[in-house]
Design a protein around this ligand. Structure first.
Ligand code: ADP
Ligand code: MG
Length: 698
């Protein structure tokens, strides 16, 4: 229902509310208080103690503003209650003068001090409570611009809830679930979040409403996943045979337990008729490549093709070499061939593969003689057709859009058999479990939570003084002296690649002539031609270069175990995930590695601090979530009505897990929710068709 059915909301207020994002009655009652003032804990001014943070409710007597000697703007507000006087001082909050006019009743929370004999608080938290009474006063977000005050909202919400009382509020969550999870009813929850009698009931109300928010997302994801499984037919890959045996026997190292477990999970998926849609999370260096190749070789065993899509050319090159090395000498048995078959054919397809070579690769994909193709986005161009694409691996998922991934998957829909290939998405940027469950709730998730043995931990140091810098270059030179290699990562300049390249060139020239004179220093950046890039990478890999000065093109996937030192210039320009990726380029061999984070500032940024204190990608992902907030993780998926308003990805892990289990129980094998019509309606109400679709594609 439109919000103007509420008493007191006419055309003018309706427009103002609209500007505030509230157009329906539902929007209105889902506008939750941003704070609750617990008046049972308020003190009298006369009882304030210096230095003890306390809440008082006072009346404003006057307010004024002036400039201090140092040029700062200061607002002073004089207030009182029946027991005494208190003055409030605000710095850099000029608007307080207009906001806090004489006669208003306000709740003030702050630390009292005595200044020239008077009690005062500096920059306290202030809530306007108007003439509202009650033990707990709800404080709503207030919009100065649209002239909607916190008590307008309180009044409208209260009258709406009153009008709902006779009919009650529907509860689409099955009663058993409500009881089993120990929740209050939705009607009680809506009342108690707005008009709580105590902080305890408010807490129970929040829990119920937050649960509903995450349950809606999970029900939708679980239903969509089931629907996708029912609607599409996948390959039943033959996962055993001589090729697979030969591959397993030829591995240069024993697999870690985690790798074996994940391979088993994948094998179970791909030998089953419903298409795999699995996310493989594994920290930098956890050995995702060999897991992906194990899956690809199984698709090849049964006579199908596999594709691996990488985010950059450097990485695609690297993968193709790595995969050829792993598959070297492996033969596809062919009963009709006297010589016993042919070698597994692995080809590269990027924009730099042109002319005759490109025609050969395209031809091979079409006639099935290319078994495995590695490429960049070039793989999803229209000219690329496969004979039988059975498995798609997408590396470093966060760099591709949802759309690109589904296009690659669609590649096989044009085939006569119409089967949907299995999809494995790999990401080296772990995202917190809660976020994974919410954002990737329609994917199965495998985690490589174990690093291959023989890695030595990376020591990370924050470097910001000239003395520390010379010590750093000394230890870098020592490492080169021992035959180890070094990366120097140049400052990130997001606004201009040209400037970034220029700065990398400067760093290269200065180091070659200065701190690292006498060593061989190479340069790698995004404006070099692919051939130049590859030549430089090859020189570094072969040990011909001691030092590689690079822009972030080396961020992903570059694998040179002999590189043990990483220097990151202006480290505070990078995000946590990016720094973690960069650092993951060292620590890949048995020799102890170091990472130096240089900044010019006197304080390490929280991001630099996080990197210094942990090398665990999952811990860092949590830190990142905390620092950046949730919007960035949820991205565009959660916008509008389906926003999480109360639930938090950071603190409601238990609720999210619970909701997941409950959703699986509710959906069962009934993705259209025929048995739960009220819930079905609610999901339709909260999610647009487009949102449902995007989540499905994701
Ligand atoms: P990432 O997960 O970062 O993509 P890679 O697949 O590039 O990791 O593997 C990192 C390095 O570890 C490679 O040099 C790879 O050969 C090696 N590696 C992978 N698995 C193992 C293992 N089980 N034992 C020893 N080394 C391994
Ligand atoms: Mg990798």
């Amino acid at each position: 229902m439109d919000v103007d059915v509420v008493k007191g909301i006419g055309d003018k207020k309706k427009d103002a509310l609209e500007a505030f994002g509230i157009s329906s009655v539902l929007d209105l009652i889902e506008t939750y208080p941003r704070r609750w003032v617990d008046r049972t804990r308020e003190a009298l001014v006369a009882h304030l103690e210096e230095g003890v943070p306390t809440m008082v409710v006072v009346r404003v007597d006057s307010s004024s503003s002036f400039k201090t000697k140092s040029g700062r703007r200061m607002v002073t507000v004089r207030c009182s209650d029946e027991s005494g006087k208190l003055s409030l001082t605000f710095f850099n909050q000029n608007w307080r003068e207009k906001q806090l006019t004489a006669g208003l009743t306000i709740a003030v929370f702050g630390k009292p001090e005595r200044y020239r004999g008077y009690l005062q608080m500096t920059n306290p938290i202030v809530d306007l409570i108007g003439d509202r009474t009650g033990r707990i006063v709800s404080i709503y977000p207030q919009s100065e611009k649209s002239r909607i005050s916190t008590w307008d909202l309180a009044k409208w919400i209260e009258s709406t809830l009153k009008r709902c009382e006779p009919r009650g509020i529907a509860d689409p969550v099955p009663q058993e679930v409500v009881e089993q999870v120990g929740l209050v009813s939705r009607g009680v929850a809506l009342h108690d979040i707005h008009l709580p009698e105590s902080m305890e009931v408010r807490h129970a109300a929040r829990r119920r409403l937050a649960f509903d928010e995450v349950l809606r997302v999970q029900v939708m994801l679980v239903a969509r996943k089931l629907l996708a499984a029912q609607e599409s037919r996948g390959f039943v890959h033959r996962t055993t045979g001589p090729l697979v045996d030969a591959f397993d026997a030829s591995l240069p190292f024993p697999l870690t337990r985690a790798q074996r477990r994940v391979i088993d999970e994948i094998v179970a998926d791909i030998s089953d008729a419903s298409p795999m849609h699995r996310l493989l999370q594994g920290d930098v260096g956890s050995g995702k490549t060999v897991v992906a190749v194990s899956a690809m070789i199984r698709a090849v065993q049964g006579g199908h093709q596999s594709a691996l899509m990488a985010p950059t050319e450097v990485l695609a090159d690297q993968h193709v070499m790595g995969i050829r090395r792993l598959l070297d000498g492996l033969v596809i048995p062919d009963d009709g061939n006297l010589f016993g078959g042919r070698e597994v054919r692995v080809e590269l397809l990027t924009n730099k593969v042109t002319g005759e070579q490109r025609r050969r690769v395209l031809g091979g994909l079409a006639d099935g003689s290319v078994d495995i193709v590695v490429g960049t986005q070039a793989l999803i161009q229209d000219a690329v057709a496969f004979r039988s694409l059975g498995l798609v691996v997408v590396d470093e998922q966060h760099r591709f859009g949802v759309d690109q991934r589904s296009r690659l998957r669609d590649k096989s829909a044009t085939e006569a058999d119409g089967l949907t290939p299995d999809v494995l998405v790999m990401t080296a940027t772990p995202i917190p479990r809660t976020a994974a469950m919410t954002v990737y709730g329609d994917l199965d998730v495998s985690v490589l939570d174990e690093l291959p043995p023989g890695r030595t931990p990376i020591t990370t140091e924050w470097v910001n003084t000239p003395v520390a810098q010379s010590a750093m270059w000394q230890s870098v030179r020592d490492a080169i002296g021992r035959g180890e290699q070094v990366y120097v990562v140049c400052p990130l300049i997001e606004e201009s690649e040209k400037l970034e390249v220029a700065s990398a060139q400067t760093v290269h020239d200065e180091l070659s002539a200065g701190e690292l004179a006498g060593t061989s220093v190479g340069l790698l950046h995004g404006r070099m031609s692919p051939a130049e890039k590859e030549a430089t990478m090859e020189r570094f890999r072969s040990g011909d270069l001691d030092v590689l000065v690079a822009t972030t093109v080396i961020e992903v996937g570059v694998d040179v175990p002999n590189a043990t030192q990483m220097v990151i210039l202006d480290a505070d320009r990078f995000g946590i995930a990016q720094l973690h990726q960069l650092r993951g380029r060292v620590g890949r061999g048995a020799v102890a590695s170091s990472c130096f984070l240089l900044t010019k500032s006197d304080d390490p940024s929280p991001r630099v601090e996080a990197l210094v204190s942990s090398t665990d990608g999952f811990v860092l992902a949590e830190a990142d979530l905390q620092l950046r907030g949730e919007g960035t993780v949820m991205g565009t998926i959660q916008k509008g009505r389906s926003d999480l308003r109360l639930a938090s990805l950071q603190t409601d892990l238990d609720l999210i897990q619970l909701a997941r289990e409950v959703a699986v129980g509710i959906v069962g094998d009934d993705p259209s929710l025929a048995a739960h019509p009220m819930l079905r309606d609610e999901i339709d109400l909260y999610f647009t068709a487009e949102q449902e679709d995007n989540l499905l594609k994701g």
